[in-house]
Design a binder for this molecule. Structure first.
Ligand SMILES: [Zn+2]
Ligand SMILES: [Zn+2]
Length: 67
């Protein structure tokens, strides 16, 4: 049995998740995305409300927390 890179259904659009509140980010959301300033490996997403509330995010790779 082979495991391809694309196993499963590819019809569902995978929305990015906010790194602060873990909600899905809508395409029309005024979100920001940037790489983790500590490890640079993880793309951090912040939704509009978290950006305005200046919530801290946690990097899923290095656990760096930042505003
Ligand atoms: Zn959020
Ligand atoms: Zn990181």
């Amino acid at each position: 049995m082979m495991f391809g890179e694309n196993c499963g259904m590819s019809s569902t659009i995978s929305l990015p998740k906010c790194s602060c509140c873990h909600r899905h980010i809508m395409p029309n959301d005024k979100c920001v995305k940037f790489n983790c300033p500590n490890c640079g490996e993880v793309l951090v997403w912040r939704c509009e409300s978290c950006r305005e509330a200046a919530r801290t995010y946690t990097c899923s790779s290095c656990n760096f927390q930042g505003p």
